[in-house]
Design a protein around this ligand. Structure first.
Ligand code: NAP
Length: 433
């Protein structure tokens, strides 16, 4: 009898796990459960809409979904429709692959003002996620602050300053295209609490900032050191030198020829969001590095803005029934093993770091453990889940339903765009026969 596996979450970590298990040569029956009828999680809702080639990995995931051992259970939510205890009882193995859907907090006064968002909700807004498509951020602003010097910060800054034409081959929803096009936004301040060497941008993303149609990158050249010093591996040193070279090259873009600017604001740590009833400015403390640690200098300054996006990382939601590490925002685990027959992979296992393919390493690590512990299945798996859902009259969608939704999205695409997304679950369900 095959080992029955429930994978909760149809993002990259879930799909890589299914793929690695199926390639192991052992016999598995795998159900991938997701609360949204559309699969692919972070690929669909996290990867930037103008980075379509990164989204191509979903073609490999589709092949996995179409394997006869695999079934997709869309519109089924853990905790709402089925509990972890029920899944543990129904399946030989349960894998949590739920990602990190909550924003980390800055923990400074004023953070709850209207106009202040975490990058998860803001990125989900411009990616048409069912939770956030109606966020409706007020973009009738002239300046925005993006906190963070990682790839998400750069994604947010770039999407805010690109033109409709630059977005023509993306799947940015029309409401976001219109809001961004209508916005009088001129200045985006991307603020890092450390320096240009410590910034976590990858070079491809950084380079794009120098190639924008109507926006110039602005960097204080005096902050760019001649060389990378400090305790870096050879690889890290090379990557950082490359980034410095790219930043130096930004001086070839003439800001007077552009209508917008993204300011790379280093050594700036936010201490308070200021405003009367919504954000009007951010107060920063100037920082410096001491042995690689950020320390405040006591010097403060303010940047006036009508929007703040904190792109400082995300954390997972606690999963009922398993221990949770609140500080790290992950499920407590040992190399992916949580307890009993429960495992975790991806961001719920190790936090919100790494690129998409990093999830394959987790999948291999956890699949090896599963293969060692479970050679034969003894639980009903799919059959048990199906009866539970039928009893509760849950409208579960399958991969065929997703293909129908996808076909309509593709047919509805504006010229040059890959698709026009359905943005709410109700819309997706209503589109199904
Ligand atoms: P990240 O790379 O960890 O960057 C987080 C940034 O927030 C860092 O600059 C960090 O500064 C800063 N930060 C954290 N807490 C802060 C605080 N309290 N105040 C001020 N700044 C704070 O995270 P991310 O940008 O969310 O990305 C998550 C992962 O997805 C990363 O591995 C990223 O590379 C990946 N990703 C990749 C792509 C791509 O390949 N195109 C696109 C998007 C995301 P410190 O460095 O000082 O801690």
């Amino acid at each position: 009898m095959p080992v029955t596996v429930a994978i909760i979450g149809a993002g990259p970590s879930g799909f890589y796990t299914a793929d690695v298990l199926l390639k192991s040569g052992l016999s598995y029956e795998i159900d991938i459960i997701d609360r949204i009828p559309a699969p692919y999680g972070l690929i669909r809702y996290g990867v930037a809409p103008d980075h379509q080639t990164t989204k191509n990995v979903s073609r490999a995931f589709e092949k996995t979904a179409l394997r006869e051992e695999v079934q997709y259970f869309g519109n089924v939510e853990l905790g709402r429709d089925v509990t972890l205890d029920e899944l543990k009882a129904a399946y030989d193995v349960v894998v949590l692959a739920v990602g990190a859907r909550l924003d980390k907090k800055l923990g400074i006064p004023g953070e709850d003002f209207p106009g202040v968002y975490g990058s998860v909700e803001f990125v989900n807004w411009y990616n048409g996620h069912p939770d956030c498509w109606d966020l409706n951020p007020d973009l009738d602003i002239e300046a925005a602050v993006v906190v963070g010097n990682g790839n998400v910060a750069i994604d947010v800054a770039r999407v805010l300053v690109k033109t409709r034409e630059e977005m023509a081959h993306s799947d940015l929803p029309e409401y976001a295209v219109e809001a961004i096009e209508a916005s009088p936004l001129m200045d985006v301040y991307m603020c890092g609490r450390r320096g240009p060497v410590e910034a976590k941008f990858t070079n491809v993303e950084l380079r794009e900032m120098g190639e924008l149609e109507i926006c110039a990158p602005i960097i204080d050249a005096s902050l760019l050191p001649a060389e990378v010093t400090g305790d870096w591996s050879d690889r890290d040193r090379r990557l950082r030198e490359k980034n410095l070279g790219t930043m130096r090259g930004f001086d070839s873009v003439d800001p007077t020829e552009k209508s917008k600017r993204v300011h790379f604001q280093f050594f700036s740590s936010p201490v308070e969001i200021l405003g009367a009833d919504r954000v009007e400015a951010v107060r920063f403390e100037r920082t410096r590095l001491e042995d690689g640690r950020t320390v405040g200098t006591g010097e403060h300054f303010e940047i006036a803005c009508g929007l703040v996006v904190a792109a400082i990382g995300s954390k997972s939601e606690a999963v009922d029934g398993v221990p949770f590490d609140d500080k790290q925002g992950i499920v407590v685990n040992q190399d992916g093993w949580v307890e009993d027959n429960v495992y975790a992979v991806g961001w719920v296992m190790r936090g919100s770091t790494g690129v998409i393919s990093t999830n394959r390493n987790d999948a291999v690590m956890v699949s090896d453990q599963i293969a060692e512990k479970f050679q034969d299945g003894s639980k009903l798996g799919r059959q048990a889940l199906e009866s539970l859902l039928a009893e509760r009259q849950i409208r579960r969608t399958d991969f065929g339903d997703w293909k129908s939704i996808e076909a309509i999205e593709i047919a509805n695409a504006p010229e040059g765009a890959p698709r026009r997304k359905f943005v709410s679950i109700d819309e997706m369900l209503a589109a199904l026969p």
